[in-house]
Design a protein around this ligand. Structure first.
Ligand SMILES: Cc1cc2nc3c(=O)[nH]c(=O)nc-3n(C[C@H](O)[C@H](O)[C@H](O)COP(=O)(O)OP(=O)(O)OC[C@H]3O[C@@H](n4cnc5c(N)ncnc54)[C@H](O)[C@@H]3O)c2cc1C
Length: 488
């Protein structure tokens, strides 16, 4: 099959999945006004793969079928391969301004790492390879659910007062029966498959009870017994139009709780089962973190560039860029972009060949992006608010441009360097990017999408090789003492 068109992707979403939103079953995510915008965006991403001038940048020949498949499935063997993947990520995330972070490349690159290191999955290695090849050669979209529901975070998932998290409840000849819930599957409304895997920094204890939770599998979204509960959309029904919410109406990715109502997962779909060692260590063993970090850092770069460009455009309208402190804030945005760009490129330059034969981008600079970007993004929203100021609060709906007060609007919404229509549309974009429900969700996403940053920071500190730095300071003290003699 190879790469799919947008139309084929949309057809795939009409699979009878059980997706609930605002208390009712959504019959067709491509037609539902709350979800159709995101579906359209997904279709655009897939259509880009077919543009003749982008074909070589966005696709490569499947080693199995020879057909064109998505570049994010490529198993990188060289630094040049990493650069090829980067260029492809950029195409998608420039198109979505970095606001559709869970575009399929995120999971695709994860799957390519899993398959490259398939042996680490032990008895299920064959299934991992088969699912990767199917996803690649059929251009499937997967969401991933790694975390357990928030019930009581003081106890591990196997020792909670209320036993709600998804786990294996029995085995049959056909497969494993799974019952319970998983959070949180972004993109579930727009995915073909659901991938359940461990969360990298939430290990399970090595106990008999925990084994039932040590699950990894990939199943079609419409599998019997899978229920998805989507949060409400980011635009209040009946408020404004896509002109007023240009980002919200296009790039809301959907976030779902997944409920497994005695779902039979066939044995051939199982990727890991009851092995705590594999469950706790798989990402490290297959070197998936660097590959995923490379993808999301490119996404972050695209997002930072958009926010910077938005700020540049905004300040020109009312000429506040004449003021030094405003220039200082714009410089902050420029510096953020430079830092992100440098981290992406350094991760490629310092990439290393791994034990499983793939070129892994250096994790250090990508970990830094993971740690720094949430604050960079929040700050960019704040800067847009500071420079847009009251203009962000008084900007009317785009409907006023042609409404009964059109003449007044044309006169009084002008700015020094923009006519009223341009100014209103620009300020509405700025509102959507920096202070809407959509923007808050983006800020939350950046904080948490890759796990808990607090524990991530702790892991970084523990894992970092501190000894040479401590030794250097100790040597310095000795040198100074030698040079200065004993302290009085
Ligand atoms: C918008 C969005 C999209 C997401 N998309 C996905 C997705 O597609 N797939 C997916 O699998 N996950 C997704 N996630 C979930 C994400 O993995 C989790 O939010 C993240 O791992 C943090 O876990 P939590 O939300 O359960 O927070 P909790 O673990 O409940 O943490 C809440 C607070 O308590 C603190 N805390 C909790 N436990 C501890 C502890 N043991 N030690 C110290 N502090 C602790 C945390 O630091 C935090 O401040 C998404 C999250 C968001 C917000």
């Amino acid at each position: 099959m190879g790469i799919r068109t947008g139309a084929q992707v949309l057809e795939g979403f009409r699979d009878g999945r059980q997706l609930y939103m605002d208390g009712t079953l959504v019959r067709d995510v491509t037609k539902d006004p709350r979800l159709a915008g995101g579906a359209r965006t997904m279709a655009q991403l897939f259509d880009m793969q077919h543009q003749p001038e982008l074909l070589d940048e966005m696709t490569y020949a499947s080693p199995r079928t020879g057909e064109r498949v998505g570049m994010s499935f490529l198993q990188a063997r060289t630094r040049e391969d990493l650069a090829r993947r980067r260029k492809m990520y950029r195409r998608w995330h420039d198109h979505t301004l970095g606001m559709f972070g869970r575009a399929p490349d995120f999971v695709n690159v994860m799957l390519s790492s899993f398959a490259a290191g398939a042996e680490a999955f032990g008895p299920y290695a064959k299934n991992v390879t088969a699912y990767y090849e199917k996803a690649r050669d059929e251009d499937r979209i997967a969401t991933h659910s790694l975390t357990n529901p928030q019930v009581d975070r003081t106890h591990n998932v196997a020792a909670q007062a209320k036993d709600l998290a998804a786990k294996a409840v029995r085995e049959t000849d056909a497969g494993v029966v799974v019952r319970g819930a998983r959070m949180l599957a972004t993109l579930a409304a727009y995915s073909d498959d659901l991938l359940v895997m461990p969360a990298p920094s939430y290990p399970l204890p090595n106990t008999e009870e925990a084994k039932a939770f040590a699950l990894g599998f990939a199943i079609p979204m419409a599998t019997k017994g899978v229920k998805l509960i989507n949060r409400p959309g980011v635009i209040q029904p009946g408020v404004g139009s896509s002109h007023d919410f240009p980002l919200s109406s296009r790039f809301d990715e959907s976030d779902c709780m997944v409920i497994f109502d005695d779902v039979l997962v066939p044995w051939e779909n199982i990727l890991m089962y009851r092995d705590i060692d594999i469950f706790n260590n798989i990402y490290r063993r297959v070197h998936a973190m660097g590959a995923m970090g490379h993808q999301f850092s490119v996404k972050d770069l695209c997002k930072a560039e958009f926010m910077m460009g938005l700020a540049f455009t905004l300040v020109r309208t009312t000429r506040v860029d004449e003021f030094l402190h405003v220039q200082g804030m714009l410089a902050e945005l420029i510096n953020s972009v430079q830092v992100l760009r440098s981290c992406v490129l350094t991760s490629e330059q310092e990439a290393e060949m791994t034990s499983v034969g793939v070129m892994a981008p250096a994790m250090g600079p990508l970990g830094a992006v993971r740690y720094l970007f949430p604050e960079m993004f929040r700050r960019s929203c704040e800067i847009i608010q500071i420079i847009g100021a009251g203009g962000l609060a008084m900007v009317p709906s785009c409907a006023e441009i042609d409404g009964p007060l059109a003449d007044d609007v044309r006169t009084y919404y002008q700015a020094a360097a923009a006519d009223s229509s341009t100014r209103i549309r620009l300020f509405r974009l700025a509102v959507d990017a920096s202070m809407s429900t959509f923007s808050s969700r983006q800020q939350l996403y950046e904080r948490y999408f890759a796990g808990d940053p607090v524990r991530g920071a702790g892991n970084l500190y523990h894992g970092f090789d501190k000894e040479p730095h401590v030794a250097r300071v100790n040597a310095l003290l000795e040198r100074f003492q030698r040079e200065d003699g004993p302290a009085r």
